[in-house]
Ligand binder design. Structure first.
Ligand SMILES: Cc1cc2nc3c(=O)[nH]c(=O)nc-3n(C[C@H](O)[C@H](O)[C@H](O)COP(=O)(O)O)c2cc1C
Length: 544
């Protein structure tokens, strides 16, 4: 057997610990009311993205005070980009390349007979009764006060197309209902869950049930495939192999005809009812609102298998930023850029950014365009980004590369000064509602707004001291022992194209104290009869 080229979840946690990215909490924590709320603080407590960490809880009780043997880890896959990059085994700036490479060069899995995920196999009567079956798993409540059930969030749900035999792996929420029953929610909208297409295919064949395996704690490279959006009928596991640079070990599940990652922590096997649906939720959703109760797919559990010392992963989702928005953002942005740059062949596009805080990637997309791009190419980029994924890009804005897409003040600055709404804003009808709270109240149509906020012609410099002067002043600031500075771009002035060497020379004379010389020069250009505020350009003035 070839050597494994990827980390399993425990090895990944070791790597996080080594890098100081894992907080271990040994104090008793109530998974139902305390656990997610505690980790939430690092997203709403004024901490920087770079300060967030994964949290491992080793001493778990539930709302009844019942103790659990398994630890829970939250934020282990994507508390921030640094955590994600450990899972990807690549520096943050190489993540785009890694996705491009893996999608272009998938590697077929390796089928094994024995697997760690089968260390313990629970079936039959051992699945039934309080504290048994799903009851042995410390699944947290994500939004205490709103959610109606402990819900699996860090799940890779495996199903198979009954016609083609191609497997799908998607991250879908699953609410616990009984020791041997849960309810899975697969998005039914166009472009929704791949698993839902399998469900419909089973229904068409007259099957009363669909085999399903829910994987908790697969190796991170495989877990990253759950939220990733691949083309229809593309199996995720070979792409995970592409990420890993070697085959993923897969094993046949014990009671369903499906393959699961051999090094998974836990696998929940069973059959989804294709006839009956059961109310599920309320559940705090990734669009930032609580999804209200709706009918979803009950699944009867036929086996729970797990490793000897299994760890339960849970994703922090709901209002963005969250672990869910980080894991999706880092996966989706490379797909957008690849689409615009390589498939639509728009060469000047430098970056696509899905806005994260509160909007949760779904509603606002910023496309960064090179300064010399023709407006026709900028508009191709705007249309391309707005419609690449049905539920992203409702508002799509093109900016130049001096604008930080994560700084909304800067984006608004570009919209305010670089766009003329009547020419540079287009409203387009017919956009589906996508993932969002409006679904709760009917299926009304949404629309699209495209904004070209790039510079249409050269502009005067940004009016802050040039970088060298700001840096010199910072030296003095530090010397004076004033409060520590956190430079906020833009923190120095730079040219936006409309600037002349003559003005540079005058500015240099001014900072050297030679302003009288500038006065002598300007006096030579005195003119009679012009209205004040008439422009003067020294390059066009000639000798007088
Ligand atoms: C934490 C988390 C929870 C998610 N929950 C759901 C869900 O309940 N249902 C769903 O259809 N998609 C959900 N998604 C989004 C899907 O994982 C995503 O659309 C993915 O591309 C689906 O894969 P598929 O195309 O193979 O179905 C969730 C994503 C994350 C990160």
């Amino acid at each position: 057997m070839s050597k494994r080229t990827y980390r399993d979840l425990p090895e990944h946690l070791d790597a996080l610990r080594e890098k100081g990215l894992l907080v271990t909490v040994d104090r008793q924590i109530d998974k139902d009311s305390e656990l997610h709320a505690l980790v939430r603080w690092q997203f709403v407590g004024g901490m920087k993205e770079s300060e967030r960490k994964a949290f491992l809880f080793t001493n778990i009780v539930d709302g009844k005070g019942r103790k659990y043997g398994m630890p829970v880890v939250v934020g282990a896959l994507a508390a921030n980009r640094a955590v994600y990059s450990v899972g990807m085994d690549a520096p943050v700036e190489k993540i785009q390349d890694k996705w491009d490479q893996a999608i272009a060069h998938p590697i077929a899995p390796n089928i094994v007979e024995k697997a760690a995920c089968h260390d313990v196999v629970i079936t039959g009567a051992d699945l039934i009764g309080e504290g048994k079956g799903l009851g042995i798993l410390p699944i947290p409540i994500s939004t205490p006060g709103f959610d109606s059930a402990p819900t699996l969030t860090a799940a890779n749900v495996v199903t198979k197309d009954p016609d083609t035999g191609i497997s799908n792996m998607g991250t879908y929420r699953c609410a616990l209902k009984a020791s041997n029953r849960l309810v899975v929610r697969m998005a039914t909208r166009v472009g929704g869950a791949g698993g839902y297409r399998h469900y419909v295919a089973h229904q068409k064949r007259g099957d009363k049930e669909m085999p399903c395996a829910i994987v908790l704690g697969a190796p991170p490279m495989v877990m990253f495939m759950g939220p990733q959006k691949l083309p229809l009928d593309a199996d995720e596991v070979p792409v995970a192999g592409g990420l890993a640079g070697g085959p993923i070990n897969m094993v046949r599940a014990k009671t369903v005809d499906l393959m699961v990652p051999a090094e998974s922590e836990i696998v929940i096997e069973g059959f989804i009812d294709t006839q009956y649906v059961e109310p599920e939720a309320p559940f705090g959703e990734s669009h930032g609102h609580v999804a209200l109760e709706e009918y979803n797919m009950p699944m009867r559990i036929t086996a729970i298998t797990h490793r000897k010392n299994a760890i339960v992963p849970s994703y922090l989702s709901q209002v963005a930023p969250s672990e869910s928005s980080v894991i999706k953002r880092v996966a989706y942005e490379p797909l957008f850029l690849k689409h615009l740059r390589d498939e639509l062949n728009i060469k000047g596009v430098k970056n696509v950014s899905l806005h994260e805080p509160l909007t949760g990637l779904l509603r606002l997309t910023i496309v960064t365009c090179a300064r010399d791009m023709p407006d026709t190419e900028i508009w191709r980029a705007l249309y391309g980004a707005a419609f690449f994924k049905g539920d992203c890009g409702k508002i799509t804005v093109a900016v130049n590369d001096d604008i930080d897409p994560d700084n909304m003040d800067a984006v608004w600055w570009a919209i305010a000064y670089r766009s003329n709404p009547i020419l540079d804003v287009k409203l387009l009808e017919r956009r589906g509602q996508g993932h969002g709270p409006k679904r709760e109240h009917g299926t009304e149509r949404d629309s699209t707004m495209l904004i070209d906020a790039t510079m249409k012609s050269p502009m005067p410099p940004l009016a802050l001291p040039k970088q060298e002067y700001m840096e010199r002043a910072k030296g003095i600031w530090d010397e004076l022992g004033l409060p520590t500075l956190k430079p906020q771009p833009p923190w120095f002035g730079y040219s936006l194209g409309d600037w002349l060497p003559e003005w540079d020379a005058a500015a240099l004379r001014a900072v050297k104290g030679d302003w009288l010389e500038n006065g002598r020069i300007s006096e030579q250009h005195k003119k009679k009869g012009l209205k004040p505020e008439t422009k003067f350009r020294p390059d066009e003035a000639g000798e007088e």
